[in-house]
Design a protein around this ligand. Structure first.
Ligand code: CA
Length: 235
């Protein structure tokens, strides 16, 4: 099977170099030179992997990752000149699968790509279902169950729920929740986010489930628990 890779990189020379040697490796390569174009391509196309530069015009690499990870499990390898531990931790927290510091040797990049593609195949299957205590979530069908009983979540509530449980430990403030969940162009309204989060929390109160969305005072909210990928709801 030929894998399709999307490279998002604004440096034309780096882009052409990577494209050439990866095509030589047998991959189908598409490219974007900014985050917006990359995101549009992801929404319309089918890719097995994304190589992502962090310093991009417009939506930068970290913003691209947060947007992508709302509803997408395509493996991402960050390829960045920024090589500090903090930058790596931020990228991994946002859902990057691997991190390669530029300039990356073609041999190293190829090896990392193969490793992530192998891992990615296992992951796509396991992230269909998540278990959080006695709550089970079907990410593809967009349903959550508590002890077999379907939770009555609105579309928006499910989106918020999914954002938190798929990003354990990541703190989002209200503006970020809004930007990631609501349609582009919608005017920001803090009260709307508060109301949704409070309604969602009420629907998630169970004796045997720890709080899903905890308040980080003065900053925002986070999911402090663990979501375990499972193959099947009965697992
Ligand atoms: Ca760049």
């Amino acid at each position: 099977m030929t894998h399709r890779i999307l490279i998002i990189e604004d440096n034309q020379i780096a882009l052409r170099t990577m494209k050439a040697f990866l095509e030589n490796d047998g991959y189908i390569i598409e490219t974007a030179v900014d985050g917006e174009t990359g995101y549009d391509l992801v929404k319309r196309g089918r890719y097995d992997l994304i190589l992502l530069d962090l310093g991009l015009p417009g939506i930068d690499g970290t913003e691209f990752l947060s947007l992508l990870r709302c509803d997408c499990v395509i493996p991402v390898i960050v390829v960045s000149a920024k090589g500090s531990d903090i930058e790596k931790v931020v990228a991994f927290n946002l859902g990057a699968d691997d991190y390669v510091v530029k300039p990356a040797s073609p041999i190293e990049l190829s090896a990392r790509i193969r490793a992530v593609l192998r891992r990615g195949q296992a992951e796509v299957h396991s992230t269909r279902w998540l278990r959080i205590g006695s709550i089970v979530v079907n990410l593809r069908q967009r349903e959550a169950f508590h002890r077999g009983i379907r939770l009555n979540l609105t579309v928006r509530e499910f989106d918020i729920f999914r954002l938190f449980v798929t990003h354990p430990g990541v703190v989002y403030d209200k503006t970020e929740v809004f930007r990631l969940i609501w349609e582009e162009g919608t005017e920001y309204d803090e009260a709307v986010v508060s109301v949704h989060i409070s309604r969602l929390r009420k629907k998630l109160v169970f004796d045997d489930v720890p709080p899903i969305i905890t308040t980080v005072w003065g900053i925002g909210y986070k999911f402090d628990g663990t979501a375990i990928p499972i193959d099947h709801p009965d697992a």
